[in-house]
Design a binder for this molecule. Structure first.
Ligand code: SF4
Ligand code: SF4
Ligand code: SF4
Length: 278
């Protein structure tokens, strides 16, 4: 009898939300547990089975010199590498640093910035190593994750929709917030997977599932400015969220507005005894 395929889960710069989607599978994972061996998943167990691994799920983006080295090691140990979530596939919300001077952020956030070792940018995993499949979302959809795992186990291509959130929105019979309320919505350029969650609550989509296949982001940005009266700056801000560093979401802005970091007036030690800071 063949050994079970070994699954590993790796974390880079991220919030762990996509790994939690895997833990959230609970019952479904039990159903496939006799077909795979979860060999390395620190969020679920301290037990580690050494590589190589048949499938690696990678969460998070590359933000430090150590990440640059570690992702090469993960790639070497992995037969199939799947990136999960907006951080791993597009750089994540932390890629907002790419539009600014990262040293300014460091000065604002850390009391002792000289201890911080970071890269100037946050970049997706595919910028550094070959990736077999990218699963989008912030966080990912657990049903889509299971589909990817089952497809890989059965040596077929995962059946993940490439069409837009608008298709799901129409299937849910939601009233279009962009047409009826002049509210900006990234649904036309965002990949399906959430069941049009935000429009079903009367809100525009802010693109957490990232760009759909062949998205016409330039046309949408032009339409927002011409018909919704949005400024170029407002339009850029709407595109700059979890997937703001993805190429299609950057494309409409030939002269991107840099992010200006405001000086913070807050007291970094609000409840502390001043004498302790000296
Ligand atoms: S994609 Fe979103 S949920 Fe997933 S790790 Fe990144 S920030 Fe967290
Ligand atoms: S509300 Fe958004 S997702 Fe729904 S149809 Fe309108 S543009 Fe598309
Ligand atoms: S509607 Fe858009 S922002 Fe809302 S959950 Fe779906 S993809 Fe994410």
């Amino acid at each position: 009898m063949n050994a079970k395929p070994k699954l590993a889960v790796w974390k880079f710069a991220s919030c762990d939300g996509c790994q939690l989607s895997l833990l959230d599978c609970e019952d479904e994972l039990l159903a496939i547990a006799d077909q795979i061996e979860i060999a390395n998943f620190p969020e679920a167990s301290r037990a580690v089975v050494e590589g190589p691994y048949d499938v690696s799920l990678v969460e998070g983006s590359i933000t430090t010199p150590h990440d640059l080295k570690r992702i090469q090691e993960v790639r070497e140990q992995s037969k199939i590498l799947v990136t999960i979530g907006a951080c791993a596939t597009a750089g994540g919300i932390q890629a907002l640093r790419n539009f600014a001077d990262v040293n300014e952020f460091i000065r604002q956030v850390y009391a002792n910035p000289h201890y911080i070792q970071t890269l100037a940018t946050s970049t997706p995993i595919a910028d550094h190593v070959p990736v077999e499949f990218e699963l989008r979302g912030c966080p990912i959809n657990k049903t889509q994750l299971l589909e990817v795992l089952l497809a890989l186990l059965n040596q077929r291509v995962p059946n993940i929709p490439k069409h837009s959130v608008c298709m799901e929105c129409k299937m849910q019979q939601c009233v279009c917030v962009m047409v009826s309320r002049n509210m900006p919505c990234l649904g036309p350029v965002t990949q399906a997977g959430c069941g049009a969650l935000c429009p079903s609550y009367d809100r525009g989509c802010f693109g957490c599932f990232g760009p759909k296949e062949t998205p016409n982001t330039e046309a949408l940005a032009e339409w927002w400015q011409a018909d919704l009266g949005m400024t170029s700056e407002q339009t850029q801000h709407a595109f700059r969220t979890f997937n703001g560093w993805s190429e299609p979401f950057r494309k409409p802005f030939h002269e991107p507005v840099p992010i200006v970091i405001q000086q913070s007036n807050r007291d970094p030690f609000p409840d502390s005894d001043d004498s302790l800071q000296e």
